[in-house]
Write a protein that binds this ligand. Structure first.
Ligand SMILES: Nc1ncnc2c1ncn2[C@@H]1O[C@H](COP(=O)(O)OP(=O)(O)OP(=O)(O)O)[C@@H](O)[C@H]1O
Ligand SMILES: [Mg+2]
Length: 349
């Protein structure tokens, strides 16, 4: 539904060049909720602004719903009209709502419909429908200042849906909201995704957001996508940073010189018999340091952190045994003398 190829964006300001996007290839499938994560300055907002052409990419292409938007930009008058039409079918939700304070809720939602050239009666009917969809029918005559943050964001979402978009873009839509309101807005986005078949591309700082609603996710760093895939795919990728951040299994080794192993198991495979078999076969004591079971989509995914006596070199055979049982096995980095991990452990925040 959304495909970017080799997307680059270079900003020039006061004689300085900033490469905000450095060759981004992203693919968002129709009907999915796709989350983009990354630290501040990674290029997330630039990416989303290039997807709806609020920002002209320096090079590369953006396709939305089969249409190459980059080819339309800066073209003939006809191409520009096509670009405007295409953009009206891409809804955008903002962190700070961007509502007009002098207009009522109803009028805020009617504004884009007015721009689309819809007649007065039609506008009012459509805005009413949209407010109903986001659960705010009773607030039509209120002004933004009379609403809570969550209600304001619902108006923002209703307004974004005015052009009957196929795609909804959201840049940190919930980061100004408290956790409970965040959950209710995420539920709304999820419902709209299901009911309307809306494809949602959302940017967030919060792993919980990805866990709650995303089918797929990508991690950005320095203007590039460094990881991307469906959540189950990410979980099945050894060493995936997103998987580790999404489903952390805590637990510190009980003493130095031991091997810590993270196991991931999907659906039917349960670790319980595997762990006791391992213990019996190799006559070793195994400690469970942490465990969690998560539901991703409709599937259950379990993670367990275990500790084996001895160093990695002493445990090559038992680790091989675990892999043979079809478990995904990640050996945790060894702590150095100062207690810091010797492998590059980076946070995505
Ligand atoms: N209009 C601009 N002019 C010059 N540089 C810009 C402009 N917009 C963004 N940048 C730079 O591009 C880089 C990426 O910025 P961007 O806003 O996309 O990051 P982000 O991932 O959205 O960060 P945050 O999480 O803080 O919102 C940053 O180095 C930023 O300073
Ligand atoms: Mg941003």
């Amino acid at each position: 539904m959304i495909t970017t190829t080799g997307l680059r964006k270079v900003y020039h300001s006061r004689g300085r060049e900033t490469v905000a996007l450095d060759g981004v290839d992203l693919h968002v499938r129709e009907g999915e909720v796709f989350g983009v994560l990354g630290r501040s300055g990674a290029g997330k907002s630039t990416l989303i602004r290039c997807v709806n052409m609020l920002e002209r990419p320096s090079s590369g292409t953006v396709q939305v719903a089969g249409q190459d938007l980059t080819a339309l930009a800066g073209g003939s008058r006809r191409a520009n009209a096509e670009l405007r039409a295409a953009r009206s079918r891409i809804g955008m939700v903002f962190q700070h709502f961007n509502l007009l304070s002098s207009r009522t809720v109803q009028d805020n939602v009617e504004l884009p419909l007015e721009i689309l050239g819809m007649s007065g009666a039609e506008r009012s009917r459509k805005a009413g429908e949209l407010l109903d969809l986001v659960g705010l029918a009773d607030k039509a005559r209120s002004y933004p200042a009379q609403l809570s943050g969550g209600q304001k964001q619902r108006v923002g979402i209703a307004r974004a849906l005015a052009g009957d978009p196929k795609v909804l873009l959201s840049d940190e839509a919930t980061s100004a909201l408290d956790p409970e309101t965040t959950r209710s807005i995420l539920r709304l986005l999820r419902d709209l995704n299901r009911q309307l078949g809306l494809t949602v591309l959302l940017i967030t700082h919060e792993m919980d957001v990805v866990k709650a609603v995303c089918d797929s996710a990508a991690l950005m760093k320095g203007g590039r996508v460094v990881e991307s895939g469906t959540v189950p795919e990410l979980l099945a990728t050894p060493g995936s940073r997103l998987a580790r951040e999404l489903f952390p299994v805590g637990g510190e080794p009980s003493a130095p010189g031991r091997t810590v192993v993270d196991l991931t198991f999907h659906g039917e495979t349960t670790t319980q018999p595997v762990i006791s078999q391992l213990s019996r076969t190799y006559n070793i004591d195994i400690s469970i340091l942490g465990a969690a079971v998560e539901t991703v989509g409709e599937r259950q995914i379990g993670r367990m952190r275990i500790e084996l006596p001895g160093r990695f070199e002493d445990n090559v055979v038992p680790i091989g045994f675990l892999r043979e049982q079809g478990l995904q096995v990640d050996v945790a980095p060894v702590a150095g003398a100062d207690g810091t991990a010797t492998r590059d452990e980076e946070n995505t925040k």
